[in-house]
Design a protein around this ligand. Structure first.
Ligand SMILES: Nc1ncnc2c1ncn2[C@@H]1O[C@H](COP(=O)(O)OP(=O)(O)OP(=O)(O)O)[C@@H](O)[C@H]1O
Length: 271
């Protein structure tokens, strides 16, 4: 058994089989088991089409698994959950609303009192370097700033768990790096559990406590790698030999995909 009392997410032998329009079965994810501890930062990395978004939609309660057990905070998922923070590839801000009103959308949607969340919203905007931008419209912000507003919005109702689906993929390389540093700081300051989906090996190594590498369809967790790099991590850590050991190990795992890798749990330190 992979889980214990401190697990925020538990997936036990989860399968998803879609029916295609031709009526055929498409096995999108196969026997996925993973547990994410409270306060842990775990990335899921894998080739296009391996089922990353399928997994995320199952965790959000938007999609039912065909088989297997999914627990969030120890509870089975019964439908769409409002108590999670979710960040997508695009910030999806409403252009006619000011930054602060975009940030407070989860509070409004859940009929909570704005006055109780205003201080938290302002504090989070300050953490991500957007103090003074509360009354601006999204069109007055850069892409990176808009994505930071999206991250603040996902945190404003204080979810314990944040699901992030390639949140930096639309950003340029330099903004992407500084957003990773920013996210590490937010994670440390807020103590959230984060499940982060990415295509980028270096992003996954930089940010994560553990990286789950998925194989191509049917998506399985081929390997889970513990990243033992010290924290806090600065961008310079990417130039170190130790960082290179992790990225090479993950690349080897991905390139070895399709050659019969079997699911296994290892620690990079033991490798
Ligand atoms: N509703 C659906 N009906 C049938 N097949 C689907 C459906 N949704 C996804 N699939 C298939 O399931 C597989 C996994 O899709 P998914 O979007 O989860 O992959 P992904 O890893 O997120 O891909 P990417 O990295 O390109 O976003 C793909 O082969 C996709 O075509």
């Amino acid at each position: 058994m992979l889980s214990n009392d401190t697990s925020d997410i538990v997936l036990n032998n989860v399968n998803k089989i879609y029916k295609t329009r031709e009526g055929k079965d498409l096995h999108a994810i196969k026997d996925v088991s993973l547990s994410v501890e409270k306060g842990e930062f775990v990335s899921i990395l894998g080739p296009s089409g391996c089922g990353k978004s399928t997994l995320l939609n199952i965790l959000c309660g938007l999609l039912d698994p065909s088989d297997g057990e999914v627990l969030i905070g120890g509870e089975p998922i019964k439908g769409p959950r409002k108590d999670l923070g979710v960040v997508f590839q695009q910030p999806l801000l409403l252009p006619w609303l000011k930054v602060i009103d975009n940030v407070l959308i989860p509070v409004d949607v859940q009929d909570r009192k704005r006055s109780e969340y205003m201080g938290r919203a302002m504090h989070l905007l300050e953490i991500v370097g957007l103090k003074g931008f509360e009354k601006k419209y999204p069109s007055e912000l850069s892409g990176g700033m808009q994505q930071r507003v999206g991250i603040v919005r996902s945190l404003v109702h204080d979810p314990s768990l944040l699901l992030m689906d390639e949140p930096f993929s639309a950003l340029d390389a330099m903004t992407r790096e500084s957003m990773s540093v920013e996210l590490q700081r937010i994670w440390k300051e807020t103590g959230k559990t984060i499940l982060f989906i990415t295509h980028s090996i270096s992003e996954a190594v930089f940010l994560s406590d553990r990286v789950a590498v998925m194989s191509s369809r049917p998506g399985r967790i081929a390997r889970i790698i513990n990243v033992g790099l010290p924290r806090p991590r600065s961008i310079e850590i990417m130039n170190t030999d130790q960082f290179g050991v992790y990225t090479k190990q993950i690349r080897r795992e991905i390139e070895g995909d399709g050659q019969g890798i079997s699911p296994k749990l290892i620690s990079a330190q033991q490798a």
